[in-house]
Design a protein around this ligand. Structure first.
Ligand SMILES: OC[C@H]1NNC[C@@H](O)[C@@H]1O
Length: 448
């Protein structure tokens, strides 16, 4: 065992999202989001769980910030709920909604913690969905209007801005696979949504620059590492399509202003095409100050005719699995970020989410001995160090998540937190993984 050291300026943080932790879904003028509608529709979410109360962070944010301070993080990534700022998506600003985030941001700064804010982490105002949501290009302007109000309200206080979280989830998971809100299952619709979200990202970056807002802006994509199970060309092609679904489809437009042609051609065979208007690709590929990458897993696959969207089937090769049935594939983190750096250049990278879900047991003395989650973090920290050593501009890491919270369609049964949330009492109890990360931060590294 030897100690591996991280740079002193490496940014350690944790991440959450508004709908998953805040609760208070009708408080202080908040409008309904698509996730209120989806979770209140029976059968959509495990156990018909919803985010009405969640972790009640709307009222308990000071407890959360005390946990962050004790953890020793330099930054805290959270998202702003668009429906708190614009209950109807556009129109009248709800000052009480802004006031909540003013309280959170001021408390973080007082605790010496940098706020890192995601503008869109999936809670689209239902009023906009009623007019077509992200399929309607008007939503692009509504997003930029919302972004401008928030940029101006927090200019000089929030210095790291993320436009979108996981545009793949907003588009394909929510509008083709249908597992997330609003729950559509149409490939062309999903491609439209992905495109309009990326245009909205670019237009918000242009607005950020035009207003001269202090700080840095980027976006977050969830990248996945997926390799061919054999050296057969058909397996390589199938795996490449499956990987590009999460990766190139979003990274190519963001950094090169074009869609990957092999995927455009593939989608054409499925009867779908990208609704590009003049200026869209130039907007999408606005220079960004950093790229956020959420990484959880990866795998291996091979060609199988008519299997899924890409004639590709996953091959199980014996990875350990998390409670989400995701492969524990830490090498995949090294591979995907090395690939991103090689393909897209030296834009600084932040891992804006990484973490694992396991079945946690709270002991009589309110401890959670989550050895598997500690192992997961340790394996991925080692890969982060390997990436830095290899010259990849990895600048920070945000553990998902600070708290057990509303895990979307899985409801509350799936726990990702380094702090256990008792959903009956809303008490928070740091898990062993919290203390593990606290040590890593304190010592700028770990024994590996
Ligand atoms: O599934 C775990 C996380 N993945 N990325 C987006 C977050 O909102 C999820 O909880």
């Amino acid at each position: 065992m030897a100690k591996i050291d991280f740079p002193k300026d490496f940014v350690w943080g944790t991440a959450t999202a508004s709908y998953q932790i805040e609760g208070a879904y009708q408080e202080d003028g908040r409008g309904l989001s698509i996730w209120d509608t989806f979770s209140h529709t029976s059968g959509k979410v495990f156990n018909d769980d919803n985010g009405d109360v969640a972790c009640d962070s709307y009222h308990r944010y000071e407890e959360d910030i005390a946990l962050l301070k004790k953890l020793g993080v330099k930054a805290y990534r959270f998202s702003i709920a668009w429906p708190r700022i614009f209950p109807q998506g556009t129109g009248e600003v709800n000052e009480k909604g802004l006031d909540y985030y003013r309280r959170v941001v001021d408390a973080l700064i007082a605790a010496g913690i940098e706020p890192c804010v995601t503008l869109y982490h999936w809670d689209l105002p239902q009023a906009l969905q009623d007019k077509g949501g992200w399929d309607n290009r008007d939503t692009i302007d509504a997003f930029v209007n919302y972004a401008e109000v928030v940029f101006k309200a927090f200019d000089g206080k929030i210095k790291q801005w993320i436009t979108f979280n996981e545009t793949w989830c907003v588009s394909f998971l929510s509008n083709y696979i249908g597992a997330h809100a609003p729950g559509n299952t149409d490939l062309q619709l999903a491609i439209n949504v992905a495109h309009h979200c990326m245009v909205a990202h670019g237009e918000a970056v242009k607005k950020f620059r035009a207003l001269g807002i202090q700080g840095e802006i980027g976006t977050t994509h969830n990248l996945y590492w997926f390799e061919p199970y054999t050296t057969k060309p058909e397996d390589a092609e199938a795996a490449r399509r499956n990987r590009a679904y999460n990766n190139e489809w979003f990274m190519e437009p963001t950094f090169k202003g074009t869609y990957p042609q092999f995927m455009v051609d593939w989608f054409k065979t499925k009867g779908a095409s990208v609704p590009i208007l003049p200026g869209d690709m130039e907007a999408i590929s606005q220079k960004i100050d950093f790229i956020g990458v959420n990484f959880y897993s990866g795998g291996f696959g091979r060609y199988k005719k008519d299997e899924g969207l890409f004639d590709c089937e996953e091959v199980q090769i014996g990875f350990d699995k998390t409670y989400m049935d995701w492969n524990v594939y830490a090498d995949g983190l090294y591979k995907v970020l090395s690939w991103a750096h090689e393909e897209y250049g030296d834009t600084p990278i932040y891992i804006t989410e990484n973490g694992a879900c396991y079945e946690d047991v709270l002991t009589e003395d309110n401890r959670v001995h989550d050895e598997l989650r500690k192992e997961y973090f340790k394996k991925h920290f080692i890969q982060c160090h390997r990436l830095i050593e290899s010259g990849v501009p990895l600048k920070g890491y945000f553990a998902w998540s600070l708290l057990d919270n509303f895990e979307w369609a899985e409801g509350y049964r799936k726990r990702f937190g380094i702090v256990y949330t008792n959903y009956e009492t809303l008490e928070r109890h740091p898990k062993d993984s919290y203390y593990f990360i606290q040590d890593v931060i304190k010592n700028d590294g770990l024994e590996a």
